[in-house]
Design a protein around this ligand. Sequence first.
Ligand SMILES: CC(C)(COP(=O)(O)OP(=O)(O)OC[C@H]1O[C@@H](n2cnc3c(N)ncnc32)[C@H](O)[C@@H]1OP(=O)(O)O)[C@@H](O)C(=O)NCCC(=O)NCCS
Length: 249
Amino acid sequence: MTNYHVIAGTWQLVSSSPNLTRMTVQLFLCRVLPDDNQHVPRLLARLDNEERDRAARFTFERDRRAYAGAHALLRHALDRAAGHRAWRFTANAFGKPRIEPPSNDIRFSLSHTDGLVAVALAHGRDVGVDVEASGRDADEATFRSLVLAPDEVSDLDGFVDRPGRLLRLWVAKEAIAKAIGHGLSLPLKQIVLRGEAPCLTSLPEQHGAASEWWLHTERYDMHWLALAARPPPCRVERMEMTVADLLTD
Ligand SMILES: CC(C)(COP(=O)(O)OP(=O)(O)OC[C@H]1O[C@@H](n2cnc3c(N)ncnc32)[C@H](O)[C@@H]1OP(=O)(O)O)[C@@H](O)C(=O)NCCC(=O)NCCS
């Protein structure tokens, strides 16, 4: 079953429309669980040879399952937005994937982690998504030295769940870094997030003013999830599905 929710914006929910408009960001979420191992061959059948080669190189089945789920979800999302076709991709110098040849300025971001995969789609705006398991180890010393701005370190004392805070900041920064397209080569300490629901207060100036960005973070069951877009969308739609749903379209 696919569910539609508006999680931001001023427009009314259109529950049955798969349309990706210039106003909208679409977020697709799919749980990918150990029971779905049986479906991995069918997921892989939807990918291209290069993706199947990459999938074959994973050591752990959980990583292959998540990779196959994320890339099949991406094709599902693109098919809904722009019609079914044999999608091909290329990447920028930092690894950010894009559609090749470009299609209608559709941009996307994807993320896969144990148990959950996510795809964000937008039309003519930068978009980034990141998901992480909430039980993931969050070593505070590493975060302090590589990820957190001084103000974010000071803020930590205000949070009882410090590992949760660290992971929430992490997914938020990764989502912004993915939307920009520089990945982890972006100086993450210069992306500054304040407030309980992290709000972007500054980032390296070549990537625009903080006010040009929209950021959403949330705890999604056993995961942290972040979605970033520039410029801010009028509406964000969320589609939740299972691997079985993905395979029935
Ligand atoms: C992008 C990055 C932050 C992803 O981190 P992650 O949490 O480990 O993994 P996620 O599952 O959340 O995201 C991975 C996806 O992000 C996307 N991605 C990779 N590089 C990206 C970039 N520079 N910008 C935006 N998205 C990127 C890809 O779709 C990738 O999935 P895929 O490998 O299955 O195609 C990190 O892998 C990264 O920075 N990679 C680039 C490494 C780099 O700087 N290389 C330099 C080349 S010169």
